[in-house]
Design a protein around this ligand. Structure first.
Ligand code: 5AD
Ligand code: FES
Length: 359
């Protein structure tokens, strides 16, 4: 029986893609089949269908988000992450409110209408401090979206940030399989709390982004399937994925990084399953391959996130090794990215780039 299931699936790879493209669900074994990939020919087919869906929803538009990495202090000790608290080699920094506002000023002049405040889970930024930063940006830039990416907080904190003017929140679930999650995180981190955060954020009214790493240690195709099913439950507006990339000062230093091919396939499957989603071609993808982001766009991604952090701190926000874009000023980074986006056949647009929901 198992054999006939696999051969049925093998025959219909195009049909699986077509039915996903028509917004029909696929079975677990069909999705696993796409995740595992059969050969280059079906990858090309997958990418071209994903690109067609993306063009139907968003045309050639690529949205830009100005990323401000405002603190690399973190109270967590995630085993994969270079800024984990246990990494005593990391030089730590924080940006204050004025420094963050000046990043926004530079970004606004360059055409950014979304600012993403991303940081480690740093208790220095109390809710009062965060709200002062958020409302400072909100007052100066009423036409911009403010996205937060500061980890797991209480529902009350999320409500306060929202009232202060934040609109969007990024919190990758990292892996939806609780057992796998426990292998990537220390015992004091609870996968169910992370999921609770995501549902709270949605209920409060944020546009929510989740996502996962591809090729993280111990990950199996079944784990990736679990990620897709979790996302179907959550229905986030944004889905950020990138390859796991090893960092020499973490317990996972001997694991190899995730692959370009699998990450691209996952982007394409996500585009087919979530036509409306905002999917970034991530810095991690650009780090594992010189044209990683361009290939990501061609496989269905429609967002890029150039770095607006002050250049003197860039290298210190080192989640993984060899991270790109650490030496370039914001203006250089955005013009480099514009050229990359147009070389891939798309165009950068200056707008808030809100999600286009069908229902
Ligand atoms: N490789 C790739 N991505 C990583 N992240 C953290 N560490 C790594 C790594 N070593 C990702 C996580 C996190 C996001 C900000 O960066 O998914 O949510
Ligand atoms: Fe940042 Fe190219 S995108 S330098």
């Amino acid at each position: 029986m198992a054999h006939s299931l696999v051969s049925d699936v093998t025959k219909s790879v195009e049909n699986i893609i077509l039915s996903l493209a028509e917004n029909k669900d696929a079975s677990d074994s069909e999705l696993i089949y796409l995740i595992e990939g059969s050969d280059g020919t079906s990858d090309a087919l997958l990418f071209s269908h994903a690109d067609a869906v993306r063009r139907k929803m968003y045309g050639k538009d690529v949205y830009i988000r100005g990323l401000i990495e405002f603190t690399n202090h973190c109270k967590n000790d995630c085993l994969y992450c270079g800024i984990r608290r246990g990494n005593k080699n990391a030089r730590r920094y924080r940006l204050d409110r004025d420094e963050i506002l000046s990043c926004c000023k530079e970004g606004y002049a360059l055409g950014f209408r979304t600012f993403v405040l991303q940081g480690g889970e740093d208790p220095y930024y109390t809710d009062d401090i965060m709200c002062r930063i958020i409302s400072g940006i909100r007052d100066l830039y009423p036409d911009c979206a403010i996205t937060l990416s500061v980890g797991e907080k209480s529902r009350k904190s999320y409500e306060r940030y929202y009232k202060a003017g934040a609109n969007r929140y990024l919190l990758r679930h990292e892996t939806a399989d609780n057992e796998h999650y426990r292998r990537l995180h220390p015992a004091d981190m609870d996968p169910d709390n992370r999921k609770r955060c995501l549902f709270d954020l949605k209920e409060i009214g944020y546009q929510v982004g989740s996502g996962f790493m591809v090729g993280s240690p111990y990950q199996t195709p079944a784990n990736l399937l679990c990620d897709l099913r979790f996302l179907q439950e959550l229905r986030p507006d944004m889905i950020g994925i990138g390859p796991y990339i090893t960092h020499p000062c973490t317990p996972f230093k001997d694991f190899s990084s995730g692959s370009l091919e699998l990450t691209l396939r996952m982007i394409a499957v996500l585009r087919l399953m979530f036509p409306y989603a905002l999917i970034p071609a991530t810095t991690a993808l650009g780090t594992i391959h010189p044209s990683g982001r361009e290939l990501g766009l061609k496989a269905g991604a429609n967002v890029v996130m150039p770095n607006l952090s002050p250049v003197r701190f860039r290298k210190l926000y080192e989640l993984y090794e060899n991270k790109i874009c650490t030496g370039e000023e914001a203006a250089q980074c955005i013009s480099c990215l514009k050229a990359r986006v147009s070389s891939a056949g798309y165009r950068v647009v200056t707008s808030r780039g809100d999600v286009k929901r069908q229902e």
